[in-house]
Design a protein around this ligand. Structure first.
Ligand SMILES: Cc1cc2nc3c(=O)[nH]c(=O)nc-3n(C[C@H](O)[C@H](O)[C@H](O)COP(=O)(O)OP(=O)(O)OC[C@H]3O[C@@H](n4cnc5c(N)ncnc54)[C@H](O)[C@@H]3O)c2cc1C
Length: 381
């Protein structure tokens, strides 16, 4: 057992592995072909796997972020798309609502979200602004006692199917950038228009452009206080980025598993190709990086659970190294599998497309490096 874990984490791992084998692996291709795995999310919720850190009063098992990281890692080995939806729901939404939503909203949305009965999308990015998210243009104006929201969000995971959206909107002067942005919980309704966005990988996650036209909500829909989005989003993104590291770790293991299985069967020059040292070296170099990234991701989760000040740095490092590993591992697996690896019959083809997204979402890696530099300098001095 890895030193950061306790017996309970091994139980979580066993539960999620069994679920992945029984329900995720047989459906991974279907998800990649565009099937939104709503029923799997509900089943994960029932098993306490969608938000393992949620306490029993909100319908969760009351575990921690180490459990969350183990869940997304295991799911990502078979379906990075399902792992992505899980991570958004469990971390960006449930954690957020638990800590920052008004009592009425917690009462109404938390249990169904933890159980996977209601899906909520995280809507920050816009056509104008992704990396520079706090330049966003979506507006919320208070008219009488009601907030009226107008604007367009882009690249929203689960956007096509979500029952509600956690929307970041401008609530003051744009010049004040991050100081005038507020989060609102907006239920899907007639004022919300969704359009699918075709993507290279992470298919089946319901990626959408989402337009809000005169959506009306009350004060109880505000999450994290008026003009309080920045703090909440930073907290969210640290947790989310740690989980993206775990998704990368899962993708890398899934890719290497495929490569091993194939190269042990494929024959060339009178032997199976796994016997060629060049093939072994390709796989060994990825295996070494898997162990290194495992250490970083698990340490990040341990720091998160223990409230260490090093957590933000480790969360960014996990995201950066995990996503790069995912892409390199999928490419290496494809290389040692030759033409078959490149064919759409092989799983590594899907993993290769999925892996690329991890270098972009929840902060493009260049933005992650900017943050790593800032945090690294802070901890150095
Ligand atoms: C599959 C997928 C799912 C997503 N899901 C969601 C979601 O659920 N909710 C949500 O809100 N968003 C989501 N996103 C959006 C995602 O977070 C953004 O795509 C990401 O933050 C990058 O923003 P952008 O696409 O606008 O790129 P840009 O901001 O236009 O960046 C383009 C390039 O410029 C570089 N760049 C920009 N600024 C700097 C700088 N200061 N220093 C160095 N380089 C810089 C970037 O690193 C990048 O390489 C998703 C994206 C994808 C691909």
């Amino acid at each position: 057992m890895f030193p950061h874990f306790e017996e309970v984490h091994m139980l979580v791992k066993k539960t999620v592995r069994e679920f992945v084998e029984r329900r995720v692996e047989p459906n991974a291709r279907r998800i990649d072909q565009g099937w939104y795995p709503r029923e799997l999310l509900r089943e994960m919720g029932a098993l306490g796997l969608l938000a393992p850190h949620a306490p029993p009063e909100y319908g969760g098992p009351g575990l921690d972020f180490r459990s969350m990281v183990l869940v997304v890692e295991e799911v990502a080995k078979s379906s990075p798309a399902l792992a992505t939806v899980t991570e958004v729901q469990g971390v960006m939404i449930v954690h957020n609502l638990m800590h920052y939503a008004a009592p009425e909203a917690r009462e109404r949305w938390l249990q169904p979200a933890v159980r996977g009965e209601k899906i909520i999308a995280f809507a920050l990015s816009e056509p104008c602004c992704g990396s520079d998210a706090f330049s966003l243009e979506t507006k919320a104006e208070k008219i009488g006692g009601t907030w009226v929201i107008n604007g367009t969000k882009l690249w929203i995971t689960s956007g096509m199917y979500a029952d509600a959206f956690l929307v970041a909107a401008r609530t003051g002067s744009p010049e004040e950038k991050h100081k005038t942005v507020t989060l609102f919980l907006v239920e899907r309704g007639k004022c919300v228009e969704v359009t699918p966005v075709a993507v290279m990988g992470m298919r089946g996650t319901g990626t959408a452009e989402v337009k809000f036209r005169d959506c009306e909500v009350g004060d109880d829909a505000v999450v994290g206080g008026v003009n309080g989005a920045f703090k909440v989003v930073l907290d969210d993104l640290n947790n989310g980025r740690m989980c993206v590291g775990a998704i990368g770790l899962g993708i890398a293991q899934g890719a290497i598993r495929e490569a091993l299985s194939y190269t042990k069967k494929r024959r060339a020059f009178g032997t199976t190709i796994i016997n060629f040292q060049a093939v072994q070296h390709h796989l060994a170099s990825i295996a070494a990086r898997i162990e290194a990234v495992r250490g970083v991701v698990y340490t990040a989760a341990y720091f998160r659970d223990k409230g260490s000040e090093l957590f933000p740095l480790y969360a960014q490092v996990a995201k950066y190294l995990g996503s790069r590993l995912a892409v390199d591992a999928a490419r290496t697996a494809m290389q040692v599998m030759g033409g078959y690896g490149y064919s759409t019959d092989s799983k590594v083809e899907m993993l290769y497309r999925d892996a690329k997204a991890t270098e972009i979402y929840e902060g493009a890696n260049e933005i992650i490096l900017n943050t790593i530099f800032r945090l690294f300098e802070k901890h150095e001095t």
